[in-house]
Design a binder for this molecule. Structure first.
Ligand code: ZN
Ligand code: ZN
Length: 128
């Protein structure tokens, strides 16, 4: 009586990247939505009372975009992952650990001693 109840399903293609390893992710999403569009002439036209939560019919048309956008945004994963247990990137070299799980580096040199290795690599002493 007071408006038009819209119910629907929308599908969308997702295109993003894993938050841990930055690998591109493609997926599909299907969302259901339902919204009541109120007849505009039934509302009080008080400019101080802009109620953004109410969808209205504009003449005989309704604007699906904000409803669709809200439904899709709410359904998006907050932190998309390429795999549920994506191990991310190696903090040393940036390799993807999912492709190289046994990935290892020599134990990093204690930064307090790093200056000594630089001395070792210099040409030694004065040549006669
Ligand atoms: Zn990943
Ligand atoms: Zn590495």
């Amino acid at each position: 009586m007071e408006g038009v109840l819209v119910t629907g399903t929308a599908s969308a293609d997702l295109d993003g990247e894993c938050v841990r390893c930055l690998e591109p992710i493609r997926d599909e999403l299907a969302v259901r939505f339902q919204e009541l569009y109120v007849y505009d002439d039934l509302r009080d036209h008080n400019p101080d009372d802009e109620d953004d939560d109410v969808s209205t019919l504009q003449d005989d048309l309704l604007d699906l975009e904000p409803v669709l956008r809200d439904a899709v945004v709410l359904a998006l994963p907050f932190q998309p992952l390429c795999e549920d247990d994506c191990p991310g990137l190696c903090p040393e070299c940036g390799a993807r650990l999912i492709e190289d799980p046994d990935h290892a580096h020599e134990a990093p040199i204690d930064p307090r001693w790093a200056a000594l290795t630089e001395i070792d690599e210099r040409p030694s002493g004065h040549t006669p």
